[in-house]
Design a protein around this ligand. Structure first.
Ligand SMILES: [Zn+2]
Length: 303
């Protein structure tokens, strides 16, 4: 391993998508509230992204940014330097218009050929803006299925990060030829549940110190495991239902992100890593020097 001291890797990820967007029955794309207006807005996503990028620069933390292609396009019109602003970070794909590939909320399941077109178009748009190799995918609403995962492998993605699991080690999906870098939902030593997404901390259901401690306390369990943190940039300014936060509440959320990141950075057993860089470690994590599996019982799941 690159850093023998690190027992657990931490990845900071953003789902960069329209403000408080949600699926709408009968439509493939997601919309910002109110849905009657039929629009996807990015004012708050824009402000939140810039605020978060400044913070990451100040703390010198690399991140994995999953861009919805439509949002990236709108952001690039407002921020001609979007590519330079994100140059230290990984660019991942979060679909084109936040499609619900499974069709749970839209009532429109997307078949494999349609999914392929949507993802190919997303990659073309992201390539036009960032010109960087994209190896990771996060499904909108974290809704995925076997078909989508195997399509991602077929299209050359190295990993997916859409599955929620209580296991903080990577899974290799042999049939899909794809790593799953799962989002966490696990019970900490305190007995309380800790998840990758920051909203329970934003909403005061978890305190920053408890969250940081809970992640640190999992470090001794799996050497080289991975805990992913995630949120949406617009969450710094609005609720998922679209209610705008007061300036004071927004400032508190920015402080939450800063304090979580600083707390994790100060924890000696943890090391920040981008997800694309982590996949380079996956083989080391799963196999010993002789190439034998360290975790034979679950080192792969079939898809
Ligand atoms: Zn999303």
């Amino acid at each position: 391993m690159a850093n023998e001291k690190a027992r657990l890797f931490v990845a900071f990820s953003l789902d960069v998508d329209p403000d408080s967007n949600r699926a709408v029955r009968g439509r493939i794309d997601s919309l910002s509230p109110p849905p009657e207006e039929g629009r996807a807005r990015i004012d708050l996503a824009h402000r939140g992204l810039i605020e978060t990028l400044r913070l990451l620069e100040r703390l010198n933390i690399p991140a994995s940014l999953f861009f919805e292609a439509r949002t990236a396009q709108m952001l690039a019109e407002r921020e001609p330097d979007l590519n330079a602003l994100t140059s230290l970070h990984e660019i991942g794909c979060h679909s084109h218009r936040h499609e619900d590939f499974v069709g749970t909320a839209t009532g429109i399941p997307i078949n494999r050929a349609q999914a392929k077109d949507i993802i190919r178009e997303s990659l073309q748009i992201l390539d036009g803006i960032f010109s960087r190799k994209i190896t990771g995918f996060r499904a909108p609403y974290l809704r995925t299925n076997h078909d989508l995962l195997s399509l991602l492998g077929e299209m050359g993605f190295t990993y997916d990060s859409s599955v929620i699991s209580d296991c903080i080690r990577p899974f290799y999906m042999k049939r899909a030829s794809l790593w799953e870098l799962a989002l966490a939902s696990l019970r900490a030593d305190s007995g309380r549940r800790v998840i990758s997404y920051l909203h329970p901390v934003f909403e005061g259901k978890r305190d920053v110190k408890e969250y940081v401690w809970a992640i640190g306390s999992t470090a001794h369990k799996i050497k080289g495991g991975l805990f992913i943190i995630a949120f949406h940039p617009w969450e710094l300014f609005a609720t998922p239902s679209g209610r705008l936060l007061s300036a004071e509440d927004s400032r508190k959320r920015v402080d939450v992100v800063a304090n979580v990141l600083q707390g994790l950075k100060a924890t000696p057993e943890l090391k920040f890593i981008r997800l694309d860089q982590y996949t380079a470690h996956c083989q080391d994590i799963l196999h010993d020097e002789q190439g034998r599996s360290r975790y034979p019982q679950i080192h792969e799941i079939r898809v």
